[in-house]
Design a protein around this ligand. Structure first.
Ligand code: ADP
Length: 211
């Protein structure tokens, strides 16, 4: 399906973007099931490193527990290995990455090597107060240490505005950002995301990503 007449295989690479608590994890699960994309969540990868008590995990934990971003080289290295480990996938769904301009530049370079740029960034739009409410509620059951302290939650939202919001400008410059309302029912938000993906999947199939 993703082969043109020269048999080059194009991937459909999607960034699901939005502040902490905007629903990226929930929607990612549904999207990978529907489209068969490989889910790459830097938050999940880091938590797995922490639970295996690796040195990378121990370093990352210090930042995560304070609500700060983990250094760029750590997450870029993780993503680079994950891309190499999955050569045959239909495409990647990036969740929680890139989170800084420097990560966005690094991702562009990594994907250039694979001849498969980002197809679209879908940005979930959720109000600030709703975010805090959702994260506090998630902290009651998730077991995530960064969710059960309101100060850490607020620090994460500040990091998002200081460092991560600029990532949307990066992809905006190449016309790849689509805002999607992130409030309402899970299914309504999912359908809105699918609508945007379906429009673009067709053109990736016809011409190759990024054309
Ligand atoms: P949320 O979107 O709810 O903040 P994540 O699971 O995506 O949750 O991230 C949890 C924490 O992991 C972040 O607060 C940050 O410390 C770290 N982290 C995740 N992704 C990145 C990234 N791309 N760059 C730097 N730090 C990251």
């Amino acid at each position: 399906m993703f082969q043109n007449k020269f048999s080059r295989k194009y991937m459909f690479n999607l960034i699901l973007f939005g502040p902490p608590g905007s629903g990226k994890g929930t929607q990612s699960e549904k999207l990978i099931a529907k489209y068969g994309l490989k889910h790459l969540s830097t938050g999940d990868l880091l938590r797995s490193e922490i639970s295996r008590q690796t040195s990378l995990g121990m370093e990352a934990k210090n930042f995560m527990d304070k609500g700060q971003l983990v250094p760029d080289e750590v997450v870029v290295g993780m993503i680079s290995s994950a891309l190499d480990d999955n050569p045959q996938v239909r495409g990647f769904l990036f969740d929680g990455f890139p989170r800084t301009s420097s990560q966005a530049n690094a991702l562009d370079k990594l994907l250039e090597r694979k001849m498969s740029p980002i197809s679209v960034m879908l940005a979930l739009d959720v109000s600030g107060e709703e975010l805090v409410k959702r994260l506090v509620k998630r902290g009651e059951t998730s077991g995530r240490t960064d969710d059960n302290n309101e100060q850490v939650i607020r620090a994460r939202i500040i990091e998002y505005h200081d460092k991560t919001a600029a990532v949307a400008d990066h992809y905006h410059q190449v016309n790849k950002v689509v805002m999607v309302k992130g409030e309402g029912s899970i299914d309504d938000i999912f359908n809105a995301l699918c609508h945007e993906i379906d429009k673009r999947l067709l053109s990736v199939e016809r011409q190759g990503a990024g054309n």
